[in-house]
Design a binder for this molecule. Structure first.
Ligand code: AHR
Length: 441
């Protein structure tokens, strides 16, 4: 029999609730069809935002939502998405599948969505001249021309932009900018990216790809003083980039490749954290995984860049492994945004016209939600290979233990030993998410 020892007195760090954050991009059917159906749709909606999706997501206590991209942010002109619908510019989404978009989902609709989800807004913008104007439009209380324009479009009060990302994958698809040049670009745009009331926007510099520790070193050395957070993206796949394997896992080898790749993220995180510690031992600068998840083959019959993939118990499993890793390094990792909330990549929700379903990954976020803002507890195991994490609420009244077993043929019998006995045998509730085959969905 395996044993898990939890000391309810040995608190480590707080698990920032923003680790359970989300990402929604103008790509495939995430925004259009996923969140947005328009006011005249037969699908029940509030001001164009579909209610079934909101109702499902409200259960998860989503803390923060990142929009407009991803790659789309690099080419997004926010002024195309404000004002009366009939005057909004139709655009071709040249970054993804050349889909024609009517821009009916723009800044106002995004803040409506955040309000409905009761979450914070993470605006991801491009490194271009129009960024400071967008911030002014969203946050200015003054008589500035941008604030005036916002009021004209029906919103008197400024919105609160909690987080601001500058640039997306600038070292790769977002411009192939060399590591030595990138800090200059960040400096230039961060200086003007300010709201006029206070400087409370949390600024996030675009970080390196997962294996580029050199980039992290350069960025921290040159602009470490001027950033609040640095972003990293990490996607998991089996197969190579051109021939990604399907969400429907077929072999045991693939199953274990996926779990071990998820676990291996930890090694790279350790290296990035060490780089950051070198310049910031107080851990002021946050590490932010603002895109993460599985990237598998698109479903047959869907557009290649729609990134619409099925979601199975295997995705659920890697979600737990990765969320546990984020929790473990929660003294540095302060936010993460799963890619993406609806209909794209490792989605929590899939829609098809008026139909909507919750994926296995959705249920992981539901089962783990009580970790949000909890204090991580020291957890040790004996004779077990399961992946475990435990936390206790700040008030100390609820403990959450989550565990992921990836064995294909055995169940473990586990004894939980709460070393201080505080919680023993009081109102215990247990939930399990089990697949009867490797690609149960
Ligand atoms: O999430 C899909 C894409 O992945 C994003 O647009 C981009 O940032 C990344 O390459």
């Amino acid at each position: 029999m395996g044993q898990i020892f939890i000391s309810s007195k040995k608190e480590q760090h707080q698990v920032n609730k923003n680790i359970y954050g989300h990402f929604a991009e103008n790509i495939g059917r995430c925004i259009y069809d996923g969140f947005w159906v328009g006011k005249n749709s037969n699908i029940p909606n509030h001001n164009g935002i579909r209610l079934d999706v909101i109702e499902a997501l409200k259960e998860l206590n989503i803390p923060v939502l990142r929009w407009s991209g991803g790659g789309f942010a690099d080419e997004y002109h926010w002024k195309d998405g404000i004002g009366p619908n009939e005057q909004r510019k139709t655009i071709v989404n040249t970054r993804y599948d050349d889909v024609v978009e009517n821009n009916h989902f723009g800044t106002h609709e995004f803040f409506d969505l955040c309000e409905m989800l009761d979450c914070e807004a993470y605006i991801s913008g491009n490194v271009a001249q129009e960024m400071p104007e967008w911030i002014e439009y969203m946050t200015s209380e003054s008589e500035s021309s941008m604030a005036h324009e916002r009021k004209k479009n029906g919103r008197d009060e400024p919105w609160e932009v909690a987080f601001l990302g500058l640039g997306d994958e600038t070292g790769g698809r977002g411009g192939n900018i060399p590591p030595k040049y990138h800090p200059d670009i960040y400096q230039r745009y961060q200086a003007y990216a300010r709201n006029d009331i206070d400087s409370s926007i949390y600024k996030i510099a675009c970080g390196p790809s997962m294996d580029n520790h050199y980039w992290m070193d350069v960025l921290m050395r040159i602009v470490g003083q001027h950033v609040d957070g640095i972003s990293l993206h990490h996607y998991l796949r089996t197969g190579d980039w051109e021939n990604k394997s399907s969400a429907f896992c077929c072999s045991e080898k693939e199953w274990f490749t996926f779990t071990s790749r998820a676990e291996m993220m930890e090694d790279s995180i350790i290296e990035h954290c060490a780089m950051m510690d070198k310049y910031d031992p107080e851990k002021r600068v946050g590490l932010i995984f603002d895109e993460w998840g599985s990237w598998l083959a698109v479903e047959p019959g869907t557009k290649p860049e729609s990134l619409y993939q099925q979601n199975t118990i295997r995705d659920a499993m890697i979600a737990v492994i990765i969320l546990h890793i984020f929790q473990k390094y929660g003294d540095r990792i302060v936010m993460a945004n799963i890619a993406q909330t609806v209909n794209v990549l490792q989605a929590l929700i899939l829609t098809d016209d008026e139909k909507m379903l919750k994926t296995p990954t959705y249920h992981v976020f539901e089962m783990l939600k009580d970790h949000q803002d909890g204090m991580l507890l020291e957890t040790r195991e004996k004779h077990l290979s399961e992946n475990i994490s435990s936390s206790v609420t700040k008030k100390g009244d609820t403990m959450t233990i989550s565990l992921c077993s990836y064995s294909l043929d055995t169940f473990s019998i586990i004894e939980y030993i709460l070393e201080d006995g505080v919680f023993a045998e009081k109102d215990i509730q247990a939930y399990a998410l089990i697949g009867d085959k490797m690609d149960a969905h």
